[in-house]
Design a protein around this ligand. Structure first.
Ligand SMILES: NC(=O)c1ccc[n+]([C@@H]2O[C@H](COP(=O)([O-])OP(=O)(O)OC[C@H]3O[C@@H](n4cnc5c(N)ncnc54)[C@H](O)[C@@H]3O)[C@@H](O)[C@H]2O)c1
Length: 278
């Protein structure tokens, strides 16, 4: 069912276009729907546009592209591997051709295809994680920033992880390293682009009950949650709320930052709370 434009009072992104990687499911899909409700048109990238259905995420449509169109917004589906230079350049060109501009870039797609401990994984495993998680961010920024420069504005939002500061699991060596690298890449971009009206920030997510988290935390979910001072995971709405802040002019003087959305996990250690946190 198509919803009415009047259903959404918060229309601060009317006329804007967001390019979101890995937006077929999980945090990327939620952000795409949220920004579409705020008026943005969306270029949806995923290696599998039907990935929400494939992992049993509740969805009334075949893909998030259809969901966004049902909100009355323009959306295009860009199925392709975000770590491939050829695919990224093709998808960015398609987005610009069909949607005319890109105001917001959300680098969200990630994974741990090369999982294993740092001392024993193969070079191929190591490179698989860095390709998917870091090279993808470099490639999309390199393809999209020239267009942002032409217009003298743009918002780059890189989704990282608490694992970029504190490894959660020895098998996530490549994943953790890549998330730390994105923090450094974000700051480099922010420094370069600050005089040009383009901001770059990262959102370091803690624990959100997506397909990825369930796979990473299999068997240790309760232990992990015990360490979170807030004693719960973040919701997709909470992720979208911080993304909204970074995507709008509310954050116009914020750049080069890493916002940690982790229920206090990194900064507050419950074992030093003097017993106040059970
Ligand atoms: N869920 C969590 O608890 C958590 C914690 C910390 C950080 N994060 C970060 O949040 C972001 C989103 O994670 P999520 O939990 O929604 O994960 P998810 O696995 O549910 O979704 C990731 C999406 O990326 C897509 N994808 C994978 N490889 C791709 C490729 N090569 N090209 C294009 N798309 C590809 C997948 O098909 C999927 O739709 C990631 O950057 C992740 O590292 C998540």
């Amino acid at each position: 069912m198509t919803e009415n434009r009047e259903d959404f009072p918060n229309r601060r992104l009317d006329g804007k276009v967001a390019f979101i990687t890995g937006a077929g499911r999980g945090i990327g899909r939620a952000a795409a729907i949220h920004l579409a409700r705020m008026g943005a048109d969306i270029a949806v990238n995923d290696i599998d546009l039907a990935s929400a259905k494939a992992v049993g995420e509740p969805i009334d449509f075949d893909t998030s592209v259809d969901e966004i169109r049902a909100l009355g917004r323009r959306a295009i589906g860009l199925e392709g591997d975000i770590s491939s230079e050829v695919a990224v350049n093709r998808m960015v060109e398609q987005a610009l051709d069909q949607l005319g501009r890109i105001d917001i870039l959300i680098n969200n797609a990630a994974g741990a295809p090369g999982a294993g401990p740092a001392s024993s994984i193969s070079l191929q495993q190591w490179q698989a994680d860095l390709n998917l998680n870091v090279n993808s961010v470099f490639l999309t920024c390199r393809a999209i920033v020239p267009h942002m420069k032409e217009r003298g504005s743009g918002k780059i939002i890189n989704i990282t992880s608490v694992a970029g500061v504190r490894p959660m699991n020895v098998d996530l060596a490549g994943y953790s390293t890549s998330k730390a690298a994105i923090h450094a890449l974000t700051r480099s971009l922010a420094l370069e682009l600050a005089p040009l009206g383009i901001t770059a920030n990262s959102l370091a997510v803690g624990e959100v009950g997506t397909h990825m988290f369930k796979r990473f935390a299999e068997g240790i979910m309760d232990d992990m949650l015990r360490q979170v001072p807030m004693k719960r995971m973040a919701t997709l709405e909470e992720c979208s709320g911080v993304i909204e802040f970074l995507a709008t002019n509310q954050s116009s003087y914020v750049t080069g930052q890493a916002i940690f959305m982790d229920g206090g996990w990194i900064e507050l250690n419950p074992s030093f709370s003097g017993g106040n946190v059970p």
